[in-house]
Write a protein of this length. Structure first.
Length: 220
């Protein structure tokens, strides 16, 4: 074991790691926003009495939840172009991550929708609101507040999942780390620093999200 730690080469490229970290956060934010929209629509379909809506939604959730995310990433970037559907590598990854998170959030939102008391809808009807207005102004806001802890956990998981974007050469944190490894051969130092960046970012995100949860929590 003649290996001695030397972080100098990593510090010289630290700005690249920070840029990769910023991109990772951006990818996660874009994916969670799109995933929430997808998840909400799918959740409404899952609790619908219309089988034409419910069954396709259930199939989508089952397929996505039972397929490894790396397989989905590689399929969207390498296989879809063979079918005539082409996206840039960042767009392809965000779309994949959004569809992946949407399948998981659909079940989260389904539980949240079912937890909203039926009296809320009846109260909306009593004051003359339409079904769309009731969902937009009453049911969805209450659901989002009910599922905030699950949303927070999903966002942090998506942030960590952005490391898979390195498989298609998206220059996020893990990709930049691999590039530094190739150029400097300081493998141990690079992954120590990158691990610390991931831990620090996840810890900060968790603290901020817990603060948001406390501020928006429904009083009991």
């Amino acid at each position: 074991m003649g290996y001695s730690l030397n972080f100098a080469a990593v510090w010289r490229s630290f700005d690249l790691l920070l840029e990769g970290l910023a991109l990772s956060l951006g990818l996660a934010v874009a994916a969670i926003v799109a995933g929430c929209v997808i998840g909400l629509f799918v959740a409404f379909a899952l609790i619908s009495k219309n089988a034409l809506l419910r069954r396709p939604a259930a199939i989508y959730v089952a397929i996505i939840r039972n397929t490894p995310i790396l397989v989905l990433v590689l399929f969207s970037y390498f296989a879809l172009p063979e079918l005539g559907v082409r996206f840039g590598k960042i767009e392809s990854f965000v779309l994949t991550l959004a569809l992946y998170s949407g399948a998981y959030l659909a079940e989260v939102f389904r539980g949240g929708l079912l937890s909203v008391p039926a009296g809320q809808r009846e109260a909306g009807l009593a004051i003359g609101l339409t079904e769309f207005e009731i969902r937009a102004s009453i049911i969805v806001p209450l659901t989002l507040r009910n599922v905030l802890p699950s949303l927070s956990s999903t966002f942090i998981s998506l942030f960590k999942d952005t490391s898979l974007a390195a498989a298609i050469a998206v220059p996020e944190l893990t990709f930049e780390a691999r590039k530094i490894n190739v150029e400097t051969f300081r493998v141990v130092e690079t992954w120590i620093v990158v691990s610390c960046l991931y831990v620090a970012a996840c810890s900060l995100l968790a603290a901020l999200l817990r603060l948001v949860e406390r501020r928006l929590a429904i009083p009991r």
